[in-house]
Design a protein around this ligand. Structure first.
Ligand code: DGJ
Length: 559
């Protein structure tokens, strides 16, 4: 039984009450949760699949309820349904053991007034490897809360994941947050999920060299990890499996004996250490209120070594280490700002790890990536970072050949406006394996192909007066054998062929531009002639189309 004091400044009163911390008394089925439905694992909210059309706030926006007052309506106008909102440890526990949830309550209120859902980001012991969001009473007590040390004994501005004092204080604050959420949101479900810490990992060296870290390193690889590797050998990330097998696929030994003597071994050691730390935090939080939880990863720039990048974060090569260390997490999620979006996203879209992208680029590039993630990888959500800056810039067309390439254009808002109506069909398609998508990422990539039952679709750049887009995506939902709902981003076109037995040529019977009216899709224009290259292609970018970028396409075959 824990005794807890909550200081509620808003109401000017102090409540003390006891909580069991053991059972939440809430049926998990009724809470937001992840569920395997057909071919996809989906986020279920109030009994129905939910697609997060999200965006993440700048780091400091949610520290002020007042500041957010103007932001919420703008995000709602951009057709977001969910906002990723930091909650800082220093804000909720400014004094040890005294909790102030005024800000959290104000954020919930603002979101609800604007019909938005939230994913809360727990900026606890770490935010981007640093510990800048820890309260002053933690930061200034180095004796009690030790820091990551370099190999020559220097301290860093990072709390050590090997400190039980840090872990227990962090876990306690997080548990109080989750307990509070259960009290104020257990029925409303405004908060859908929670991110535990933010982009953990160690910099500037590949591991922590504090005495407790050295001691843990000397203990060797825990049986819990080697057992996981053995049990999941055939599904392991290929890079991890290769280093483990190259060292003899041992089931016990020192970290170097099991994984070899390269800097990657330190990364795996830190992955286990951060993973087991985060497990304690997540478990403490879920004991109070079991919402879906995940950890996010800062990805690796080309040729960066562990310690140059966040060593120990949930990266593709250490996903399995994190899964073994932190079974209470529901997902490991990539923050994707780099090129090669399809490759990075694909590494996280695994049968036991649904894809959720908490941070990414916005603009046209982000919109195209989102379409690909939802259509091809059954992502449960997509969230451009710094969303409070997007969509509020007037579109300046001077010197821009293709408005959809303008980085400040409201590409995310336009996409989400379309997806708001398309979402139920996409979710059904994810479940039935009838959504699919293709992405062209850069100038070097000429085309992308998709298999659509009897048909093959080929996406290429359209070359016309309206210019070229650097990134192009198309999403197909197969409605019946010959009928498809399609949407796209960028200046591309789609042609159709077949590799299946039967009549060898594919014709376009019709393309209708659709819009959503009174709860149903309604044809607006029949696209033919110049708008479909004389019936030979579906053109994704049509300067006359305005908002209408959803098409119903009928195909047929002939000889
Ligand atoms: C990644 C971090 O996770 C975010 O909080 C933010 O700092 C962005 N980088 C800024 O680009």
């Amino acid at each position: 039984m824990r005794q807890l004091c909550v200081l509620t400044v808003l109401m000017g009163t102090v409540f003390c009450f006891a909580g069991s911390g053991q059972t939440t008394g809430l049926s998990q089925e009724l809470l937001p949760h992840l569920e395997k439905r057909g071919h996809a694992t989906q986020l279920i909210v109030d009994g129905k699949p939910f697609l997060i059309l999200g965006g993440e706030l700048h780091n400091s926006s949610s520290s002020s309820v007042e500041y957010m007052k103007d932001v919420w309506p703008r995000l709602a106008a951009m057709h977001l349904n969910t906002v990723l909102t930091p909650v800082a440890w220093e804000t909720i526990e400014p004094e040890e053991g005294k909790f102030d949830f005024t800000c959290v309550d104000g954020l919930l209120e603002g979101a609800r007034e604007n019909h938005l859902k939230l994913v809360l980001l727990w900026f606890g012991a770490w935010k981007n490897t640093f510990s800048s969001y820890a309260p002053g009473w933690v930061k200034t007590n180095e004796g009690r809360f030790p820091r990551v040390e370099t190999s020559d004994g220097r301290g860093t501005d990072r709390l050590s994941p090997f400190s039980t004092a840090v872990r227990d204080a962090d876990a306690r604050a997080f548990a109080e947050l989750m307990y509070h959420l259960r009290q104020v949101d257990g029925k409303n479900h405004t908060v859908l999920m929670v991110q535990v810490e933010n982009e953990v990992g160690v910099i500037p060296q590949s591991r922590d060299y504090a005495p407790a870290a050295d001691a843990a390193f000397a203990t060797g690889v825990p049986a819990g990890l080697t057992q996981y590797l053995e049990e999941h050998r055939s599904e392991l990330n290929p890079e991890l499996r290769a280093v483990w097998e190259a060292a003899g696929a041992k089931t016990a030994g020192s970290w170097q004996e099991v994984f070899g003597s390269t800097p990657l071994t330190n990364d795996l050691f830190m992955a286990w250490s951060y993973g087991t730390y985060v497990e304690k935090i997540a478990r403490a939080g879920k004991a109070e209120y079991p919402l879906p939880m995940y950890a996010n990863a800062a990805l690796v720039r080309p040729n960066y070594q562990p310690g140059q990048y966040n060593s120990g974060g949930p990266l593709p090569h250490s996903i399995d280490v994190w899964k073994a260390a932190a079974p209470s997490l529901d997902m490991l999620s990539p923050d994707i700002y780099f090129n090669d979006f399809a490759q990075w996203a694909g590494w996280y879209a695994l049968p036991d790890n649904p894809l959720f992208i908490p941070e990414s680029q916005g603009g046209t590039v982000g919109a195209a990536n989102a379409l690909y993630a939802f259509g091809q990888l059954s992502a449960i959500g997509f969230c451009p970072f710094g969303i409070d800056d997007q969509g509020n810039q007037p579109l300046d067309l001077a010197g821009i050949t293709n408005p959809s390439d303008h980085p400040d254009s409201n590409a995310i808002g336009s996409l989400y406006a379309e997806l708001a109506h398309l979402t139920p069909t996409i979710l059904k398609g994810q479940e039935e394996n009838s959504t699919t998508a293709a992405l062209i990422e850069g100038e070097a990539q000429r085309s992308a192909r998709l298999s659509l039952g009897d048909y093959t679709a080929t996406l290429t750049r359209a070359m016309n007066a309206s210019g070229r887009s650097s990134r192009i995506a198309v999403l197909f939902i197969q409605l019946s054998e010959n009928e498809f709902l399609v949407t796209g981003i960028g200046n591309g076109q789609v042609t159709f062929s077949t590799e299946k037995p039967g009549p060898p040529i594919v014709g376009i019977e019709s393309i209708d531009e659709e819009f959503f009216e009174n709860g149903a899709w309604t044809p607006r224009r029949r696209l033919n002639g110049d708008e479909s290259s004389q019936g030979q292609a579906l053109k994704l970018y049509d300067s006359d189309a305005g908002q209408g970028r959803i098409y119903k396409v009928h195909l047929y075959r002939y000889r």
